[in-house]
Design a protein. Structure first.
Length: 237
């Protein structure tokens, strides 16, 4: 089968989606790109090194994260000029979605190089499609500001949006977020998705106050995708 597949293209930046939990999230195409590329730019080289080792892949790793994006982007562009095939991965999911990647993509396009997305796992899509909330129109926010006042202002600014709101949150701030949602969207249907594709994957559905009560009684671990339904949306349990 591999003999029929076209080789990777020189001077191309490949954005490779990696598992968000379950290692079976990886695609055959992603594995081929990682095997055939010249270098892998990774958000966390230790984490990605373990992933590559699990799949029997050995490649040079280049650290690429939020605080060295400018310098590393220049180095990646120089590698593309030399004709190298560069695979960019993050710790989990699709590069550029609340993860490093956007800056180097812009730089590669501006320099005239090809950018190819190797699609796969994305927490946003996995959570939204299984949430039971409307998917025909949604607004992805990513992570809200950490400061309470800025977070509240951002939530207030989203009240007029008619579709489903989708955002990411860490387990350390989920209670604070639910407090804010109970104040700004007290009657909206909210869905919390955590541990996606893992053994303890869970979807919690209800109004913000009810979910806040659950969060205070239990230790909810794992990264969250939080979805807020439009006004008048109901979910049958």
């Amino acid at each position: 089968m591999d003999a029929a597949l076209p080789p990777l293209t020189a001077s191309t930046l490949y954005l490779v989606a990696t598992p968000i939990g379950n290692l079976e999230d990886i695609t055959l195409r992603a594995l081929r790109v990682l095997r055939e590329c010249d270098v892998v730019a990774a958000e966390d080289t230790r984490h990605s090194g373990r992933l590559l080792k699990y799949f029997g892949i050995s490649k040079p790793l280049l650290s690429y994260f939020q605080f060295n994006e400018a310098r590393r982007s220049e180095e990646i562009i120089e590698r593309l000029r030399r004709g190298e095939k560069v695979a960019l991965i993050t710790d989990a999911g699709s590069p550029g979605i609340s993860d490093p990647g956007e800056r180097v993509v812009k730089a590669a396009i501006a320099a005239g190089f090809r950018v190819e997305s190797v699609s796969g796992a994305c927490a946003l899509v996995a959570a939204l499609t299984a949430s039971g909330l409307p998917t025909d129109e949604f607004h992805f926010i990513g992570f809200l500001p950490h400061k309470s006042g800025q977070r509240r202002n951002k939530l207030e600014s989203l009240k007029s949006f008619d579709g489903t709101l989708v955002l990411y949150e860490s387990p350390y701030r989920i209670e604070k977020l639910l407090v804010g949602l109970s104040e700004v969207f007290p009657e909206r249907q909210v869905v919390l998705a955590r541990e996606l594709t893992k053994k303890f994957e869970e979807f919690l559905r209800g109004k913000p106050a009810a979910l806040l009560e659950i969060a205070r009684k239990r230790s909810l671990k794992g990264e969250f995708v939080v979805m807020v339904g439009p006004q008048g949306t109901n979910i049958e349990h």
